[in-house]
Design a protein around this ligand. Structure first.
Ligand code: SF4
Ligand code: SF4
Length: 77
């Protein structure tokens, strides 16, 4: 199954091309208070492992390569 399709269905989308998890970055995983992000070692990129989110945004703000987009639901904006 295409990975892009999986990541589009969850609120936190990681641009695998920009993500430098393959070089050891784990910032988003470390800052997420819910522990819903993880690193796909085969892909060398972070992804949303569990579809839970507080929309608190440190993952997006702290990512050194701006690889993360948090899609905040319209009703929460
Ligand atoms: S917005 Fe907050 S809860 Fe959601 S993935 Fe990022 S750090 Fe985790
Ligand atoms: S913080 Fe950014 S570059 Fe680092 S693992 Fe997460 S998405 Fe990838």
């Amino acid at each position: 199954m295409p990975l892009a399709k999986i990541s589009m269905s969850v609120p936190v989308v990681v641009n695998a091309e920009a993500c430098i998890a393959g070089k050891g970055c784990t910032v988003c995983v470390d800052v997420c208070p819910l522990d819903v992000l993880a690193i796909d070692k085969a892909l060398g990129a972070a992804y949303m492992k569990y579809d839970e989110c507080w929309y608190c945004l440190p993952c997006e703000a702290d990512c050194p390569t701006n690889a993360i987009t948090v899609n905040i639901p319209y009703l929460l904006r």
